[in-house]
Design a binder for this molecule. Sequence first.
Ligand SMILES: [Zn+2]
Ligand SMILES: [Zn+2]
Length: 383
Amino acid sequence: MLAMNYRGPYRVRAAEKAEPRIEHPNDAIVRVTRSCICGSDLHLYHGLVPDTRIGSTFGHEFAGVVEEVGPNVATLKRGDRIVVPFNIACGTCFYCQKGLTSLCDRANTACALMGGAFGYSHTTGGYEGGQAEYVRVPYADTGPMVVPPEMDTEDVLFLSDILPTGYQAAEMGEIKPGETVCVFGAGPVGLFTAKSAWLMGAGRVIVVDGVDYRLDFVRGYANVETVNYSDAGGKDIVGRLRQMTDGRGPDVCIDAVGCEASGSFMHKMLGMMKLQAGAATALEWAIQSVRRGGNVVAIGVYGPPFNLVPIGDLMNKGLTLRGAQCNVKRYLPRLLEHIREGRIDTKGIITHRGPLDAAPDFYEIFARKQDNCIKCVLYPNAA
Ligand SMILES: [Zn+2]
Ligand SMILES: [Zn+2]
């Protein structure tokens, strides 16, 4: 089969690879019809995620058709059209029973910090990803959701990650009616976080990014105020946000960037020396600009090692800091309703579509923020 293939930092290609097989009675094999490139895939692409092995296939946001199921799979059958959460979770362990499928105890036994995920290095279990014609889906009764027949695959594709991730972030912010929410990052997750903040009763939503076309897009898409941190001279971003909010700062600040914000020199140096897993600039801005007693949410991906964050500010300002990978499964019914009712236009953010062969170009375009790119979707095996 054809699959995206990682060859080292900044080098990916589409290449032939052996098709996956049923390895366990709970597995399913899925023919992938849609597969996205995620902002967090860029952390892999840039070589920032530990133990990302040459030859691996990325891709944790995909939908497709069930091709084959193992003998123990009870809820799926050949021919079912499904969307698959990025989490790989057993469904029965201590964490899964609490709905915390991103923290599954069994799916990633090599790491005590987090559960399994598709196509996201050996730190999340070494599973092959869905930027491929076929993919093996372990614990197939736990994650996948059968797509309602009247719905288009692209309507539900982003239930695999970015929509629930944005929604959970807004939820963790515990937004009270009328509050001001600031989202750092106007990438796809930032867009859905902003949308979700409105759904949760925010009175104002401000999005911060450094790229004009992304800010233009989010203004149109989510009806938000925007700030370009490049215009604000980077360092002034905290002052700028205070100025916009009666001198106090936003009530809730959400970091939807992760470890690759264009950071300060210090952050960059520490990142290069691997003392911290990339620059934590967005999180630092979130902590510094939120009002006293406010809530900060970190959903951008950071690697496990130390990151330089102003922990003293957190304590002195009386902040609540929460972070999580999304527990996708538990949000699916609610978000499916939001999509069905037209409250969230999911496919409206897709700017690039193409075959698997387009993967190298798409990674580059997305990473360089060229061609007004917001979201790339591959069609690996759509026939
Ligand atoms: Zn993702
Ligand atoms: Zn589990």
